[in-house]
Design a protein around this ligand. Structure first.
Ligand code: FES
Ligand code: FES
Length: 250
C-alpha cells in the first residue's frame, strides 16, 4: 500500500517547503493594515467642531409702512424683512404680481418703482416708501387696457398667463427705456442712442422675464407692434413717474 509521501517527486520543492503567501495576498494585508492605522486620524480630520450655540435674535416688531401703489396709499403693518412682493400680495391684497422663483430668476414678480422695473421678490418693502409703485393692476387707465396689454391679447402673447403680469410691466418699462435712449448689451454703440428697437433689442431687454409656455415669439411681436405703432410706453400711469433706467433689482 503506497502512501502520499511515497508518491512525491523529490525534485518538487513546493512539496517540501512550507507554503509562501502570494504577492497579492501580501499586498492586500498591507493595505488593510494601513487603513486600520489611518482611520482614527482620518476621522479626526473630517470631524467638524461643534457649532457655537445660536444667538437668539429678538424679533423686530411690525411697524407702519406706507406704500403708494397704482396711485393709492396703503399703510401696512410690516416687519422690516417683508419683501415688496409679499407686501403687495399678502398685505395689500394685490395678487396680480406673481411669485415664481422668489429668488430673482424668473421675472414673474416684476413691478415698476418710479418707472424702473424691479424684481419685487428681491427688495424689501420698507425700502420703497415714498416711491410710486406700479403693478399690473395699474397699467390700465380708467378701465381701458394699455397699448401693451392690448397688443398681448392681439398677438396671443401668453398661454397660461402666469408670467404675463411681469412681462407686461417689463415691456412697459422697456418701451420707456428705449424712448429715453437707454442702451442694452446688444446695442452696437452704447455712446449713442440705439437706432431702432430691433427684435434682438427686444429679446435682450426682455431676457429677465422667463415664460415657461414659450410664448416668446408672440411677446416680441407684441412689443414690436406697440413700438412701431408709436406707443411710447405701455401705460399712461408710467408717464407720471420717472421713466428710464434698466434696473432689475433695488
Ligand atoms: S419671483 Fe422670480 S424673480 Fe421674483
Ligand atoms: S404664458 Fe405661461 S409662463 Fe408665460
Amino acid at each position: 500500500m503506497s502512501t502520499h509521501n511515497e508518491c512525491q517527486d523529490p525534485s518538487d520543492e513546493s512539496a517540501t517547503t512550507p507554503p509562501q503567501p502570494s504577492r497579492r495576498r501580501f499586498l492586500q494585508s498591507a493595505a488593510a493594515a494601513a487603513t486600520v492605522g489611518a482611520a482614527p486620524h482620518l476621522r479626526a480630520q473630517t470631524q467638524t467642531p461643534p457649532a457655537p450655540p445660536a444667538q437668539v435674535q429678538q424679533a423686530v416688531p411690525p411697524r407702519p409702512v406706507t406704500l403708494t401703489v397704482n396711485g393709492r396709499a396703503y399703510t401696512l403693518q410690516l416687519e422690516p424683512r417683508v419683501t415688496l412682493l409679499d407686501a403687495l400680495r399678502e398685505y395689500a391684497g394685490l395678487m396680480g404680481t406673481k411669485k415664481g422663483c422668489d429668488r430673482g430668476q424668473c421675472g414673474a414678480c416684476t413691478v415698476l418703482a418710479d418707472g424702473r422695473r424691479i424684481n419685487s421678490c428681491l427688495t424689501l418693502a420698507v425700502m420703497h416708501e415714498g416711491e410710486n409703485i406700479t403693478t399690473v393692476e395699474g397699467l390700465a387707465t380708467n378701465g381701458a387696457l394699455s397699448p401693451i396689454q392690448r397688443a398681448f391679447i392681439e398677438h396671443d402673447a401668453f398661454q397660461c398667463g402666469y408670467c404675463t403680469p411681469g412681462q407686461l410691466c417689463s415691456a412697459t418699462a422697456l418701451l420707456n427705456e428705449f424712448r429715453t435712449g437707454t442702451a442694452s448689451t446688444v446695442t452696437a454703440d452704447v455712446r449713442s442712442r440705439p437706432a431702432q428697437l430691433s427684435d434682438d433689442e427686444i429679446r435682450e431687454r426682455m431676457s429677465g422675464n422667463i415664460c415657461r409656455c414659450g410664448a416668446y415669439a408672440n411677446i416680441v411681436a407684441a412689443v414690436r407692434a406697440v413700438h412701431e405703432g408709436g406707443g411710447q410706453n405701455g401705460s399712461a400711469a408710467i408717464n407720471e413717474t420717472n421713466g428710464g433706467g434698466n434696473s432689475r433689482n433695488a
